[in-house]
Design a protein around this ligand. Structure first.
Ligand code: APR
Ligand code: PHB
Length: 397
């Protein structure tokens, strides 16, 4: 039986778990991470890649931003397109200089993992946590299995950063929260392709065939998505068919999409999930363990990092100032930002996806919103400030 002692036991080495570990270390608080999957699996998992200003600032402050600053692509705006008409939302101009950075989530995970292991810190891969106990005492326990051997982390606090399918959420009493779920009636087919992006900023597009998004990863790699039905299958989508559909859905007059070899293809369902209690005794949930947002707007990773900020504030209060107010208020403080992001992600999703027949009442409402974006700089500002992420101080209401 392996026995480990630390102040904060962390389940999950995704962006939430790794950022928490680094931040605590910077504040002199110890932690150990157990991760179910192998290092290769976690670092190879293709996810979104949109970092809000807040997230970039946090990674820089943790000393984790060197490669992001070199390879990340800073964007001052975004294009929204509707029935082949495109408008530009200039973030920097509308939000006092705030921007977003495009840098793959798995690159963030690689940077954080490398730095953690190089510092000689403990992170066990292929170590699945199967039980969390004693969270109502000041010696909580994470029970895990590693290389066929049982282990226990004895800790003051448990941070469940173990994603949507983890064990953390299940350890919170069901009658202590209300759960909210939306399953959208469509999915995203995403590709990575070796081709220079055909655009300087991301393009989100409504088309009568469905939604499309042109994102990017570098000067030579593009990331694109199209809306497909939930029961569609990747085998139905040859590379040629994908490019044809993307060109059609993203197309505007005088603009054309460059295609190239596709090297990654997958379909992801779209859902929102919320619970309104993120802690129980000494157990705290952060990131996808606590909430899921649809990817339109790219909020998932950023919310995970924002949860971690609130948790770190609470743990600093506990260890350094001998007060528990911020930990006690963790759920309330984190939920403000999470609901804001749920609303914005839902707004972007319903504005830009095909939900009903082209020309239907729902379509007319979508079009009315798009026309309002064209008319009103107040509306463009609302979109811009949500897209880049409101500063943390805005939530001190
Ligand atoms: N024991 C140990 N590790 C576990 C367990 C378990 N029982 N269950 C899950 N995990 C690990 C998963 O293998 C995964 O690596 O927890 C990690 C959770 O990481 P993420 O899913 O990346 O979640 P999070 O860190 O909250 O980051 C949120 O990920 O899904 C995207 O869009 C989302 O960008 C957002 C980000
Ligand atoms: C991505 O680059 O993968 C991405 C960007 C913006 C989104 C979703 C995904 O809204």
């Amino acid at each position: 039986m392996k026995r480990i002692q630390t102040q904060v036991g962390i389940i999950g080495a995704g962006p939430a778990g790794l950022t928490l570990a680094h931040w605590l270390k910077q504040k002199g608080i110890s932690s150990v991470i157990v991760e179910l999957r192998s290092r290769e699996y976690v670092e190879g998992r293709v996810r979104a890649g949109l970092l809000e200003q807040n997230t970039v600032d946090i990674l820089n402050e943790l000393g984790m931003g060197a490669r992001m600053q070199k390879e990340g692509m800073v964007h001052d705006g975004v294009y929204l397109s509707f029935d082949q008409e495109r408008v530009h939302i200039p973030f920097a101009e509308l939000t006092g200089g705030r921007q977003i950075t495009i840098y793959g989530q798995q690159e963030v995970v690689k940077d954080l993992t490398d730095a953690w292991l190089q510092a000689g810190e403990q992170l066990y891969f292929e170590a699945g946590a199967h039980q969390i106990t004693d969270i109502d005492t000041n010696c909580s326990k994470i029970h895990f299995t590693h290389n066929g051997e049982e282990g226990i982390i004895d800790c003051d606090f448990v941070a469940a950063c173990d994603g949507f399918h983890g064990i953390g959420r299940k350890a919170i009493q069901k009658d202590s929260y209300r759960a909210y779920d939306i399953t959208y009636p469509f999915s995203w087919l995403g590709i990575l392709a070796n081709v220079a992006p055909s655009t300087d900023e991301l393009i989100y597009s409504y088309h009568q065939n469905g939604f499309a998004l042109h994102s990017l990863r570098s000067d030579t790699v593009s990331r694109l998505y199209i809306q497909v039905d939930n029961d569609d299958h990747i085998d139905n989508w040859s590379d040629d068919r994908i490019w044809e559909e993307l060109a059609l859905r993203l197309g505007t007059k005088g603009w054309s999409l460059q295609s190239g070899p596709i090297f990654d293809k997958s379909i992801t369902p779209m859902r929102s999930h919320m619970i309104d209690n993120l802690s129980s005794g000494r157990l705290f949930l952060a990131g996808d363990a606590a909430h899921i947002v649809p990817p339109t707007g790219g909020k998932g990773l950023n919310l995970a990092i924002a949860d971690v900020k609130h948790l770190v504030d609470g743990l600093i209060g506990f260890y350094k100032e001998n007060e528990t107010q911020l930990l006690d208020n963790y759920t309330e403080l984190a939920l403000r930002r999470i609901w804001r992001a749920q609303d914005f992600s839902n707004f972007m999703t319903t504005l830009l996806h095909k939900q009903d027949d082209h020309g239907s009442f729902t379509y007319q409402l979508q079009k009315a919103k798009f026309d309002y974006i064209k008319m009103s700089s107040a509306y463009r500002t609302t979109i811009a400030e949500n897209y880049v992420g409101l500063p943390f101080e805005s939530y001190d209401y």
